[in-house]
Design a protein around this ligand. Structure first.
Ligand code: NAP
Length: 413
């Protein structure tokens, strides 16, 4: 895929990452687009790229960074917040890392991030959640948290299908379900539609199981509210089990099989389980270590991923990504925190660990591990930004200096 760009030029150095025969082929010197984004994106993205460069060079690789624009920078340059150049660069180069984007008020769309995900059909929001020693946590044993959350990004509430109370559409729907389907809905209701399809569920769960296999994970838990909504939430669970059985039979067993046939010892098989969403919230707190990879429809995923991130210390450290086969946009969970923009103050850990996740997706596992180890060690040694410092004290440092310490420590590993 080649595009004509209006205002940006890919670097001369470096080669394209390609996706062929269901495989991502990553050269030793890939071109990777990056978006600084708005607000504190300008602080954390440059800091993170320094760490990524250092980790890449340790495995004898080099990234050719390609700056592309979204948000306020793009609006200045192109007169729009999300130019076609940017979407095309993500399409052409497959893997992109970005900072947060402020949602423009009155821009006519819900959010730039949602638009990027939907335009490129990046259907899985993938967030690893793990504990870094030294980070303040509200729970007793945060070290037991080691999750990778796969949240569906195109359906359920994210489909955004709804009509205002009293609107023609809402009233027509209310009449239709009353006359044709015999279901009464109050006249003064807003109406929303919650679609959950076999196609979207299966591709999400497929990705989660593949991840579990490739990363030696022990279980994949399907989280749903199937006791109440059988044909959407319950179907999510059923289709999830179907993918496991039809496509990954040699790698997976169900929890029932674990007890009935395997005597409780799964060996190297991945256990597919399911939990009702409300139960899952308490299980996450009370039986944390029993959960590993988790796959969820959109709304359950929204709640669980923030709750899980809170357990290990919150926004400043939580990495994330939006992926599908052969394409990914990697971004921290946090937003653009405009009040801290340009102050060299905020924590770049989330953006740095987002880069580690990107390297993992590219197959650069050693570099990814090095980054995580160096970040852990930095925080453990008490070198921390204000958000952690206000709880723990220690050696207060700025965004840039934190990243520099991570690089220094990485060079000793
Ligand atoms: P936010 O930008 O995430 O900031 C909320 C608070 O979280 C900050 O005030 C700060 O807390 C803490 N925080 C966030 N990032 C941090 C970091 N790197 N280091 C230390 N502390 C950090 O959320 P928001 O204020 O709700 O949203 C601001 C804008 O960002 C909105 O326009 C929103 O739409 C957008 N947003 C974008 C994304 C994205 O691009 N993916 C995601 C979420 C929100 P304290 O003030 O307590 O220190």
């Amino acid at each position: 895929m080649m595009f004509e760009y209006e205002k940006i030029r890919p670097p001369e150095e470096g080669e394209k990452i390609i996706y062929e025969n269901n495989e991502l082929i990553v050269p030793d010197n890939p071109i990777i687009p990056y978006i600084r984004g708005d607000g504190i994106g300008k602080d954390v993205v440059p800091a993170a790229l320094k760490v990524l460069d250092a980790a890449a060079s340790r495995i004898k690789k080099e990234v050719s960074w390609f700056e592309i624009f979204a948000g306020e920078d793009a609006n200045r340059l192109y007169g729009k917040y999300l130019p076609e150049d940017t979407l095309n660069a993500i399409r052409e180069f497959k893997i992109t890392i970005k900072g947060p984007l402020t949602t423009p008020v009155g821009g006519g769309f819900r959010s730039l991030n949602v638009t990027i995900r939907q335009t490129l059909d990046l259907y899985a929001n993938v967030r690893p959640v793990y504990y870094l020693e030294g980070v303040p946590s509200p729970v007793k044993n945060p070290e037991k948290v080691d999750l990778v959350i796969f949240r569906e990004s195109t359906e359920d509430v994210y489909a955004g299908i709804e009509w205002r109370r009293g609107s023609d559409e809402a009233l027509r729907l209310i009449d239709f379900v009353s006359d044709e389907l015999g279901v009464k809905i109050r006249e003064d209701s807003g109406i929303g539609i919650k679609p959950i399809s076999e196609f979207a569920t299966k591709r999400l769960v497929r990705l989660a199981i593949k991840y579990a296999i490739e990363n030696d994970r022990k279980s994949v838990t399907l989280v749903h509210k199937g006791n109440i909504m059988k044909y959407t939430e319950g179907a999510f669970r059923d289709w999830g089990y179907e993918v496991a059985k039809e496509e990954f039979a040699e790698y997976t067993i169900t929890e029932e099989e674990l007890w009935n046939e395997y005597g409780g010892d799964a060996g190297n098989k991945i256990v597919i389980k399911d939990r009702i969403a409300d139960n899952m919230f308490q299980q996450l707190l009370t039986r944390t270590a029993e959960y590993d990879v988790i796959a969820l429809p959109n709304l359950n995923g929204d709640y669980i991923s923030d709750a899980a991130a809170a357990m290990v210390g919150g926004l400043g450290i939580a990495p994330g990504s939006n992926v599908r086969e052969g394409m990914g946009v990697f971004e921290p969970v946090h937003g653009s925190a405009p009040k801290y923009a340009g102050q060299n103050k905020v924590n770049p850990t989330a953006e740095i660990l987002t880069g580690a996740l990107m390297f993992e997706y590219m197959g650069w596992r050693e570099a990814s591990k090095l980054i995580k180890k160096a970040v852990r060690e930095t925080i453990k040694q008490g070198v921390v930004t204000y958000d952690i410092h206000r709880h723990t004290g220690g050696n207060l440092t700025g965004t840039k200096e934190f990243a520099e310490t991570v690089v220094e420590i990485m060079n000793t590993l």
